[in-house]
Design a protein around this ligand. Structure first.
Ligand code: ADP
Length: 305
């Protein structure tokens, strides 16, 4: 099983990508859908909201009046925290429940609008970002979705910057072309990367690594940082330190496109302690003390030292 985080700014094309991947077999966990579900009529979540914010957040038919809730909850930080304190744990619990129910060989797709803002990128096997420039998104939101322009602008502004998104993207899907172009990119991602990645994690098999040198890429240190963050989450307190080493760490040098990381074990930890967490997290053991990528799209060699 692998977990893929899908995100991007509002109007970027997440739903379009999610549709293509779900058609091909992804197991979708949609954060927006869950957020609505946990406060549906009759839910425990809605009862808690009424207790906290009053019965006038309900519509005559008993459903949540989102505008009325927003008017009460978004007045200050304290009210906002009260709201999040009710909804976030419920959303988390429901997502965990759905994840538990996923088949062993699932490619789980989690559509999370605020993945970058919430700093949860390292918790996924792979993060896919859908991107379209601000002007393009504005036109799509105000045109096809009929959102007022001021509203669309305000929402775009409140979200993560392009730089923040680039830093955590394993896959960058550009959606400046047609919807069909985007669907074709998503389908290729499924066939060429997600399916073999999932198989590699499940069978603990490393993907092939490149054998020809390429010119220096500015992306290498960015990739090294992203992988380091992921390894830290996987290894927790078993890891003392991680260093980007080898040719890709030398600015300007041609090298094999393989990120090399030295992972220093914490005192009292052994390489054996990391076999399961690293393998399940996307980096199977290749030889004693050395792990590598199951993801065919990003070669990495991890030396436990
Ligand atoms: P998100 O889920 O990221 O908010 P959507 O996938 O819903 O974005 O796309 C936003 C709007 O733009 C939708 O109305 C969608 O149909 C439209 N759209 C998405 N991709 C394209 C595209 N390449 N060309 C034209 N319209 C698009």
């Amino acid at each position: 099983m692998i977990r893929v985080g899908l995100t991007g700014g509002i109007g970027a094309g997440k739903s379009t990508v999610a549709r293509t991947l779900t058609e091909r077999g992804a197991y979708l966990i949609d954060a927006d859908v869950i957020a609505r579900e946990v406060v549906a009529p009759g839910s425990d979540g809605l009862a808690q909201l009424v207790e906290t914010f009053g019965a006038d957040i309900l519509l005559p038919d008993g459903a949540l009046d989102r505008a009325a809730l927003a008017a009460k909850a978004f007045v200050d930080d304290e009210q906002r925290k009260k709201l999040n304190g009710i909804t976030h744990p419920l959303v988390g619990a429901r997502a965990a429940e759905l994840l538990d129910a996923a088949p062993e060989d699932a490619i789980v797709l989690q559509d999370i609008p605020l993945l970058v803002e919430n700093h949860t990128a390292p918790f996924f096997h792979l993060v896919v970002i859908v991107h379209a420039d601000e002007g393009v998104r504005l036109a799509r939101l105000t045109g096809q979705r009929g959102m007022p322009e001021d509203d669309a602008r305000a929402r775009i502004r409140s979200q993560a910057s392009v730089e923040d998104r680039r830093a955590v993207a394993d896959v960058w899907l550009d959606n400046s072309g047609t919807p069909d172009d985007l669907a074709a990119k998503a389908a290729a991602l499924w066939d060429e990367r997600l399916v073999p990645y999932e198989r590699g994690v499940r069978t603990r098999a490393c993907a092939p690594q490149p054998s020809a040198e390429v010119a220096y890429r500015e992306q290498w240190p960015v990739d090294a940082t992203r992988l380091t963050n992921r390894l830290r989450v996987l290894g927790g307190d078993k890891i003392a330190d991680i260093k980007h080493v080898g040719r890709t760490s030398e600015v300007g040098a041609a090298a094999l496109d393989v990120i090399e990381l030295d992972v220093a074990l914490a005192a009292g930890a052994s390489a054996a302690d990391l076999i399961d967490p690293l393998s399940d997290g996307g980096f199977p053991e290749r030889s004693p003390g050395v792990h590598a990528n199951a993801d065919p799209g990003r070669a990495v060699t991890i030396n436990l030292v």
